[in-house]
Design a protein around this ligand. Structure first.
Ligand code: HEM
Length: 562
């Protein structure tokens, strides 16, 4: 008789524990219970937000939930989202909260961490110190290598293509600029990483570019990212039993991309060692980013081997890299290459789309670009002496380019409305975290949040705050002109809400390179040409972490500007 009583008692106890753990605590007792739910089930289970992510609706849905419930909302039992500056991005990102494991799940290459995928602050800072110098604005603006690369890409690769396109008499013929801009930005970033001789030349190799973009889109497809990023253990477990949540071709494509980047790294390592021996590397062929990281790693290795008690660590030659170092370099390079080309290509595509639909603004921009000395336009044939040689063109100064107000406004407004990374940037709360802000007039609420909670902000939502950006869905570059910013504390509020590059210690390290190359490319296109839209079906932005056009293309017609 005693046994059944014990089992009944144990069963009832178990029910109580389950009810407490999964219902009472998350609903009433957890510090998060005071935060408004994005969905009626958010406090009980992560299933709703997982489903929203799986179906590719996260950015829009989370923003709509913020509109209903305020700047701090609960997405799941252990997850919140913030959509404000004070008590939001200032606390989380400027506060140095560590990255969530989602980054390591998705962004490691060769099974090796890199700056972007590293979750903990200390190893991240060590890597950042090694490399960030080459992306500093002053270094980029004075780099003879970047200047040679820019000249080659714009004058020898891009402008001849545009001249041919603009001389076509067929009014239905155009250029897929999503592909063209992806090619150009890939060429910029890989040539700065590895030098002109090793970096890509996709601006003149559409087939190669198309093949890579196909592989890359499989790698970044919503479903592949969902399984690998959100449910990595389940995905691995399924795979062990032969069920592939991420299709084999995605893994094969990844392997091909990794092999391509590794081959560029190996070639760059050889170029560095040849340069060390002969000092005869052309300025445009210097592998700036790769060499910077390689040298920093070598210094680090020498320092640790001289302090190590075991002095038997063999010295390495840059050409014979240890496999571990070789993969660490390649993982970093592949990350910069991917982070760099896709985001800038997307930005240029939306900028081109908006400009092509705003012809009068296009003409104003053209006039501004023509004030540059020299303007960045196709070389004119030298007719004075009947010579067939063209005048040798040169580039405008980076500082003059950067000082053009309308160009800057057009770029900023595109980055606001069509942020290339509109998705959540997940971090983890430390102990003693408070989110949201109680204002002096009694409005707003501050919430104490326990440690270990996933917290994200989204550029998609921050950039649609109608108090800061009136009529937020409209593309209005004038918001960023000096006259407009005079009206709101000198542009401080708009600047604080601008989050296209993130903020804090994990903010985009390549933002200066991105802005520089984007402005150069815009100047090269719209100084001498006018564009109109031929095909823009599928131009809506994907709802994803990195978000290009749904249709994967935008076809524009190019004509010579008068
Ligand atoms: C328009 C162009 C670009 C946009 C909108 C952009 C945006 C961003 C954002 C939002 C982040 C933070 C992401 C997060 O924490 O989840 C980031 C980080 C990063 N970006 Fe960019 N990016 C651009 C161009 C570039 C370029 C050209 C490079 C490299 C050459 C680059 C390299 C990186 C790296 C390495 C990180 C990680 C930084 C760290 O963890 O310390 N990005 N970017």
């Amino acid at each position: 008789m005693a046994l059944p009583n014990i089992s009944v008692f144990a069963f009832i106890l178990l029910c109580f524990v389950v009810i407490y753990q999964y219902l009472v605590h998350p609903t009433f007792l957890s510090p998060l219970s005071k935060i408004p739910n994005a969905h009626p089930s958010s406090h009980l289970s992560p299933l709703w937000i997982l489903w929203i992510r799986y179906t590719g609706r996260e950015n829009r849905t989370v923003f709509a939930a913020h509109e209903r419930n305020g700047p701090v909302i609960r997405l799941g039992p252990n997850e919140v989202s913030v959509n404000c500056v004070d008590g939001g991005i200032r606390t989380v990102y400027a506060g140095g909260f560590e990255k969530h494991g989602w980054y390591a799940n998705l962004f490691e290459n060769y099974g090796t961490p890199n700056m972007f995928s590293t979750t903990h602050s200390r190893p991240h800072s060590a890597r950042k110190r090694m490399i960030s110098n080459v992306y500093a604005k002053s270094v980029l603006q004075s780099s003879p290598t970047l200047s040679t690369i820019s000249y080659t890409i714009l004058y020898e690769r891009l402008l001849p293509r545009l001249v041919v396109a603009a001389s076509s008499t067929n009014p239905t013929q155009g250029i897929d600029v999503f592909q063209l801009f992806s090619a150009l930005t890939m060429d910029f970033v890989t040539c700065y990483q590895f030098g002109l001789a090793i970096g890509s030349n996709w601006t003149q190799n559409s087939r190669g570019c198309e093949h890579f973009l196909d592989l890359y889109r499989d790698r970044t497809s919503s479903k592949a990212q969902f399984w690998a990023g959100e449910l990595p253990n389940l995905t691995k477990c399924f795979k062990r039993f032969g069920v592939r949540m991420v299709p084999r071709w995605v893994d094969d494509g990844n392997a091909e991309i990794e092999a391509w980047c590794l081959s560029m790294c190996d070639a760059a390592a050889q170029a560095v060692s040849r340069g060390g021996e002969t000092q005869e590397v052309d300025v445009g062929d210097e592998p700036v980013v790769f060499a910077q990281l390689l040298n920093a790693m070598e210094k680090e290795r020498e320092k640790s081997s001289s302090t190590a008690s075991d002095q038997s660590v063999a010295p390495s030659s840059p050409t014979i890299l240890h496999q571990q170092q070789r993969l660490a370099l390649a993982s970093e390079m592949l990350d910069h290459l991917a982070a760099g080309f896709d985001t800038s290509g997307i930005t240029l595509t939306y900028l081109a789309w908006e400009l092509s639909r705003h012809p009068s603004l296009q003409r104003q921009l053209c006039a501004e670009l023509r004030t540059l000395s020299p303007p960045l336009q196709p070389p004119t044939p030298n007719t004075n002496n009947n010579s067939t040689n063209n005048d040798i063109p040169s580039l405008p100064s980076p500082k003059d380019l950067d000082a053009l107000p309308l160009l800057h406004a057009v770029v900023m407004e595109t980055l606001r409305l069509h942020a290339a990374i509109p998705g959540g940037q997940p971090r983890v709360t430390p102990p003693g975290c408070v989110l949201g802000a109680a204002s002096a007039d009694g409005g707003g609420t501050a919430y104490a949040v326990s440690a270990g909670v996933r917290v994200s902000a989204y550029a998609h939502g921050l950039h649609r705050n109608a108090d800061v950006f009136p009529d937020p869905e409209a593309w209005r570059p004038e918001r960023w002109l000096p006259a407009a910013s005079d009206t709101d504390d000198g542009g401080g509020r708009t600047a604080r809400h601008f989050w296209a590059f993130g903020s804090g210690g994990r903010m985009c390290v390549g933002s200066n390179l991105a802005l520089h190359e984007i402005k150069l490319i815009v100047a090269a296109v719209w100084t001498g040409f006018e564009t109109t839209v031929l095909h823009d079906e599928g131009i809506e932005q994907r709802d994803a972490y990195t978000a290009g056009p749904e249709g994967g293309r935008l076809v524009l017609r190019f004509e010579k500007a008068v």
